[in-house]
Design a protein. Structure first.
Lengths: 140, 159
């Protein structure tokens, strides 16, 4: 198994985040950018909407060029995915960030909050997979 | 106008990177979190690639007084590590482990129309709105991704 595409994809993600920082002075935290769109009285929706639209378009373009990009080997129960979405939405707002905002932008500026958050969500995710897949055997 | 165009361009690059790296496939993410099973290091490779670009970019940003197309960098107040941060990261991590989606890949996969993500995205929006309602009930000012209070009716009342 080669890690070429993963490394190239990571470099692109880094370039995108660096671009948003150095051009617009913004943190490329997806949960925060997206949550801003849900604020009825917020004025700066244009750049947020364009960033999110671009994110979907960029992923769709790669999927067209590389069939199998969105291939799913395992389909999980809808109720489980819905509940996971609620946890992700609530948790990223309570903790002020997700994999991109804390894990990449925050870690790259050595923010203690982001380092702690990143270690915590990776540990919580790993524990969830361990319990669900290996202890209970209910997670695919 | 220029900031809108660069936001769009950065979004496209970000989405392309997510798709190319395989991070839109929940199995790869769950594989990374599965230390006791068939561990898949892909996510670590992706993070290493992104950080290799971001470390020098942050060093550059620290030396600049302003970004190229805006008057100032988003203010990042020095917040403490508190219970809210850790509790939020815990909840997020559980949802991430259950679904294999974090916000970026979830939005991208829902945008492309994948069944799993079409359940994930409404859940995530619901969770964010739930948090908003919960904060409003406690009369706490809402903050954005940088920790800066969001201009809103609730905040004007709270401040």
């Amino acid at each position: 198994m080669t890690h070429g595409p993963a490394l190239a994809g990571g470099l692109l993600i880094g370039l995108a985040s660096a671009g948003l920082l150095l051009l617009n002075g913004r943190v490329a935290g997806i949960s925060g950018i997206f949550a801003g769109l849900l604020e009825p009285r917020r004025g700066d929706k244009a750049w947020r909407a364009l960033f999110i639209a671009g994110l979907v378009a960029g992923a769709a373009a790669v999927a067209l060029l590389r069939p199998g990009t969105f291939r799913f080997d395992v389909v999980r129960p809808p109720a489980l995915i819905l509940a996971a979405g609620v946890l992700v939405g609530f948790g990223t707002r309570l903790g002020n960030g997700c994999t991109s905002g804390h894990g990449l932008c925050g870690v790259s500026r050595f923010s203690p909050r982001s380092l702690i958050a990143t270690a915590t969500f990776i540990a919580a995710g790993a524990l969830t997979v361990f319990v669900g897949r290996h202890l209970l055997g209910t997670l695919p | 106008m220029k900031t809108s165009l660069s936001a769009l361009a950065c979004g496209i690059l970000f989405g392309a990177g997510l798709a190319l790296s395989g991070m839109v496939q929940p199995e790869k993410v769950i594989g990374f979190l599965d230390f006791a099973g068939a561990f898949d290091p892909t996510l670590a490779v992706v993070m290493a690639g992104a950080l290799a670009v971001l470390f020098p970019a942050q060093a550059l940003a620290r030396r600049w007084t302003a970004p190229l197309q805006a008057t100032r960098f988003a203010q990042l107040p020095r917040l403490r590590v508190d219970r809210r941060l850790v509790a939020g990261a815990l909840l997020f991590g559980v949802g991430w482990g259950l679904s294999g989606f974090c916000p970026g890949p979830g939005i991208a996969a829902a945008g492309v129309g994948l069944r799993d993500a079409l359940w994930f995205l409404p859940g995530m929006i619901g969770g964010m709105l739930l948090f908003r309602a919960w904060e409003a009930r406690a009369h706490r000012p809402l903050v954005d991704e940088t920790g800066v209070p969001v201009p809103s009716a609730e905040n004007e009342l709270a401040s």
